[in-house]
Ligand binder design. Structure first.
Ligand SMILES: Cc1cc2nc3c(=O)[nH]c(=O)nc-3n(C[C@H](O)[C@H](O)[C@H](O)COP(=O)(O)O)c2cc1C
Ligand SMILES: *[C@@H]1O[C@H](CO)[C@@H](O)[C@H](O)[C@H]1NC(C)=O
Ligand SMILES: *[C@@H]1O[C@H](CO)[C@@H](O)[C@H](O)[C@H]1NC(C)=O
Ligand SMILES: *[C@@H]1O[C@H](CO)[C@@H](O)[C@H](O)[C@H]1NC(C)=O
Ligand SMILES: *[C@@H]1O[C@H](CO)[C@@H](O)[C@H](O)[C@H]1NC(C)=O
Ligand SMILES: *[C@@H]1O[C@H](CO)[C@@H](O)[C@H](O)[C@H]1NC(C)=O
Ligand SMILES: *[C@@H]1O[C@H](CO)[C@@H](O)[C@H](O)[C@H]1NC(C)=O
Ligand SMILES: *[C@@H]1O[C@H](CO)[C@@H](O)[C@H](O)[C@H]1NC(C)=O
Ligand SMILES: *[C@@H]1O[C@H](CO)[C@@H](O)[C@H](O)[C@H]1NC(C)=O
Length: 400
């Protein structure tokens, strides 16, 4: 009884004190990590709680919302990059050095964003890239990513390290939906072969085979501080040679797209080995720190092996947070552009969040295209007339 009265008094005192504290002291202060300031107002947000979905107006907003909700451990697991994050920062900042060329006096009343990827139809040239363990954002995990992609007509390629199984994700897909699946080169060959046959049996149409973390993961410092573990034993083969790459095409009837191509030389190798496509990526800066951005890699391939773009499809990702980033990579020759962290961050709201993120990006893309005087996204692919990358080229190639 006595205890109960005490508790009530403490509660009452707490309430009185709270009402005396000025409003601003309760407001959420979130370090924005140098993301563009577009006026997102977090004053009324509550730490740890889902902010209103209506506050989300561009892709970076979802990162700040995720940071507010997830807590340090899981936010770091998604946000982290390797070592000094030179590549991560470069991915985020390269866009500031690029200018878009837009034209007026053209009919842009009927805009087309439709595209094909490996011959399959999609309504947008961007896709949800594989990202491990979506389940820490929302219990629906990868299922909401699959549903949202399906509703839009966008490609989704789940990670082999997903929270949900290969089959569970396939099962929530719509009848009209095409999905690809990511795979790692496991040192356990039985597992590799099992995965490939399960992926094929479940109805996925192609494999993104991630080839950029040979034997080890990158050293991801932000995440290590949270887990207290040096997370480097990936289970991936460390002896994945050229012969092994050639041979792996025989393990499945599905087309294989090597993911994580980060030099022009490797792009040419994949072309020579007869792959139908490559996926240029530095894995969101999470593997080898110091490697170039997708913009720089694509420029280098264009310079050294332009035939790559004529003879195979090229996809790219890394730091893509707006439609203008997509347009830039398309103009450099990418047929489709991947999004890693953004869908994961949007998934704190489940399917509704991913829907909104994709819809905002689609609206941005349609708008930018119209403002550039181009009605058909296909005319942008490989058409460098639409961009000025000279600032990047001077820094990357030097003046000769
Ligand atoms: C949390 C997280 C997990 C990832 N897991 C995988 C994975 O399992 N397989 C893979 O090939 N790439 C993985 N990636 C890399 C993404 O597919 C993609 O290349 C990268 O995130 C793109 O950069 P962005 O996050 O700046 O959009 C992961 C990325 C993140 C952020
Ligand atoms: C942010 O929102 C708060 C509370 O709604 C409001 O008082 C404040 O003026 C807003 N700040 C800006 C910069 O708009
Ligand atoms: C794009 O594809 C969708 C779905 O197949 C179709 O409904 C739409 O008419 C196409 N748009 C254009 C401009 O071709
Ligand atoms: C893909 O789109 C093309 C052009 O719009 C159309 O002719 C074709 O039937 C579509 N294929 C499928 C499988 O929907
Ligand atoms: C595929 O079907 C789903 C469910 O019926 C629908 O919401 C979606 O718009 C369709 N996608 C396309 C590209 O037509
Ligand atoms: C290799 O993978 C298979 C299939 O998942 C599994 O049964 C086996 O235990 C694994 N072997 C080792 C050494 O981990
Ligand atoms: C792949 O299989 C084909 C047909 O069985 C065979 O001719 C070829 O040598 C194999 N390639 C490799 C690299 O194993
Ligand atoms: C997942 O998202 C849905 C839809 O926004 C939401 O209702 C649900 O609360 C979220 N689940 C979790 C565990 O946060
Ligand atoms: C590239 O785009 C420009 C500007 O719209 C256009 O004039 C030119 O014909 C395009 N080139 C090709 C090869 O499509």
């Amino acid at each position: 009884m006595c205890l109960r009265v005490h508790k009530l008094i403490v509660l009452w005192l707490g309430f009185v004190l709270l009402t005396l504290v000025p409003r601003s002291c309760l407001s959420v202060e979130i370090d924005r990590e140098g993301l563009p300031d577009t006026g997102l107002n977090t004053t009324d947000w509550e730490t740890g709680a889902l902010p209103p979905l209506d506050d989300m107006w561009e892709l970076n907003d979802f990162q700040i919302a995720a940071k507010n909700v997830l807590g340090a451990r899981w936010y770091a697991s998604y946000r982290t990059a390797a070592l000094d994050q030179v590549t991560y920062e470069a991915n985020m900042n390269i866009w500031k050095k690029i200018r878009l060329n837009g034209y007026t006096f053209r009919d842009v009343s009927d805009v087309n964003l439709n595209t094909t990827i490996l011959g399959y139809n999609f309504t947008v040239p961007f896709f949800i890239a594989p990202a491990a363990y979506a389940g820490h954002t929302n219990a629906s995990a990868e299922l909401s990513l699959a549903r949202a992609a399906g509703k839009m007509g966008a490609l989704y390629a789940p990670s082999i390290e997903s929270t949900k199984t290969i089959e569970e994700i396939a099962d929530v897909g719509f009848a009209n939906q095409t999905m690809f699946h990511q795979e790692y080169v496991w040192s356990n060959r039985t597992l590799l072969i099992d995965d490939l046959s399960r992926i094929e049996a479940a109805g996925y149409k192609a494999i993104f085979l991630t080839v950029d973390n040979t034997g080890v993961n990158g050293i991801r410092v932000q995440a290590m501080r949270q887990t207290g573990e040096l997370d480097s034993d990936s289970g991936h083969s460390a002896s994945f040679t050229l012969d092994a790459l050639a041979e792996i095409q025989n393990l499945t009837t599905l087309p294989i797209v090597p993911k994580g191509i980060k030099t022009a030389a490797d792009a040419k190798t994949c072309l020579d080995l007869g792959f139908p496509a490559i996926y240029v990526s530095n894995h969101g800066g999470r593997v080898l720190d110091g490697v170039p951005t997708a913009v720089e890699i694509l420029l280098d391939i264009r310079k050294q092996y332009p035939e790559v773009f004529e003879q195979m499809e090229v996809y790219a990702d890394g730091g893509v947070r707006s439609a203008n980033h997509i347009i830039t990579l398309l103009a450099l020759g990418a047929k489709a552009v991947g999004l890693g962290r953004s869908p994961i961050f949007a998934n704190i709201y489940g399917e509704d969040g991913v829907d909104r993120m994709l819809t905002l990006l689609q609206a941005e893309l349609q708008t930018s295209l119209q403002l550039m005087g181009e009605a058909d996204i296909q005319n942008v692919v490989g058409n460098t007339t639409y961009i000025n990358t000279k600032q990047v080229e001077v820094e990357y190639f030097g003046i000769s």
